[in-house]
Design a protein around this ligand. Sequence first.
Ligand SMILES: [Zn+2]
Length: 168
Amino acid sequence: MRYIFENGNSNKDLQKRTNYTLWMNSILRRSKEIGKVELPICSMILDERGRCIGRGVNKRNINKDPLGHAEIMALRQASLIKNDWRFNECTIITNLEPCTMCSSALIQARMGKVIFGAYDKKRGGLGGSIDLSKHESAHHRMEIIGGILEDECSQILKIWFKKMRTRK
Ligand SMILES: [Zn+2]
């Protein structure tokens, strides 16, 4: 299931797509850095004016925290800055499709828009494996755009998993 821009020809959509690509490139750079110690995943939350109000990287190993996914880290930081738990006018950008835990957290946070790179067919919670945003338990509807710089995003993860396998 894909949610990529159906009217990709209009200038406004093109502009949006360029912005998402720029943010995604920045996320990929951060992911590569964190990839030395953790699964290379990074998330950013933008407010209604496009300013970054939260950033998170995967910190499961560093913090010994099963909830230490990049999206949760970014949500915690952005909640502090916003002093609010509601994110209706915000956008989260992340290189891998959020897992079911993070997808649920984004629904709880009433996130306005979710943009991600690679689909996760095994654990993705927004269409890759299961689509929690469309489940009847979801009380909030989010705009979801997957597949931004999809190849680059999957590549980073593939390389990381390959490295981990050869390390063992
Ligand atoms: Zn997650």
